[in-house]
Design a protein around this ligand. Sequence first.
Ligand code: PXG
Length: 448
Amino acid sequence: FPFHKLGGAFMNAAVENPSWMPFTANRDFNLKPRVITGAEGDWYTTDGGTRLYDTFSGLWTSGLGHCHPKIVEAVQKQVATLDYCMTFQVTNDKALKLAERVTRMAPDGIDHCFFTNSGSESVDTALKIALGYHRARGEGNRTRLIGREKGYHGVNFGGMSVGGIVPNRKVFSPALLPGVDHLRHTLDIKRNAFSRGLPEHGIELADDLAGLCALHDGSNIAAVIVEPVAGSAGVIPPPAGYLERLREICDEQGILLIFDEVIAAFGRLGHAFGAQRFGVTPDIITTAKGLTNGVVPMGAVLVRDAIYEAFMQGPAHMIELFHGYTYSGHPVAAAAGLATMDVYDEEGTFEQSQALESHFEDLLHSFADHRHVIDVRNYGLMGAIEMAPRDGAPGARGAEAHKQCFWDENIIVRAGMDTLQFSPFLNSDPDEMAQSFEAVRRVVDTLD
Ligand code: PXG
């Protein structure tokens, strides 16, 4: 029985709602379910028929807005033409075209693409490629992986191990990969609060990588993975010069630099890739989300030519990389991806995104003097308003803000603990964006 048809709270919620929801306070949710049944453009529709403005573009996914007609049409057509085709030993036309298209958009020198179905799979694929690459070149000793505190690289074992979100790791601690170290995170509210764009202080934190090279000897390190701008942890832009310094150390030490661009790629930072915005080219880029505008699950790992070439040795009839997913290069996902790339081009989405940045920044920073707010951070169309935790109840303010926004103001606002996160549509209407922040202000004003 569809539980939302019951229309309200459940006496025994854990039994009544058979859907065990991801990253959700399930018992709290079941007391008053928030169920979405439709979407168009910048708006969702709930089961009660209410329209909700989406300030988060899905989950950083749907920068073009929901149900974009061109993507809908491409998916409908593809599902009736070739609904599935494995990409082991044969492939499909759409996967080939999308790989060609995406590598063409990538920074120079990055020209091969391996398809996955999610950001988590992209990250684990990238880590495996890094290990395989070094081994193929006779440097099989390079096995250590370096992540960063507060990093989010998905929830599979590799990504969780290099990730640095404590609650995501805590329960699984004994099963995390061995040989992983973490750079310190770069959030420094004391020195950098209310920075607009890249914070001024903290480039020296990149030298943590040099320190780990000294500790382990750099020749044992395979790769370092960072989000160019940390997303899930609450939008933490890198200190000015930090990514450049990481690149330098990686070059000196022969370490692969992986940018996890699951959020940053495809317009969120005003370019096809965050790497282009920063002018720093990593060796591997992981993507998902904006690759298909979130319409069909898909991810892609982009690699430098030299990495691909390193694998292309041994007997030519042999598989070079024993890795792949049943749905790698799924034709329906790839068709969605191709249509998404078409729209990005035709509508000038990345330029639209750039044009919205300063408006977005001003709206976020209008919260700077609010009594609850301890920091505001932004870069590109990624933004966060961090509230002080309530005494003895960390996360309560954020959770209340999320629910009040939903029920009282008809907007979706994402809260990670007490940090409100914003990921507006890349083609947002500036007035609607402003109205959504007015609604957020009304809510934040009412919080204890
Ligand atoms: N890397 C990064 C940088 C991500 O942001 C993943 C990997 C994993 O992707 P999948 O598709 O496996 O979920 C992500 C996902 C949030 C939030 O609140 C962000 C993500 C997921 C859940 C919540 O910001 N990003």
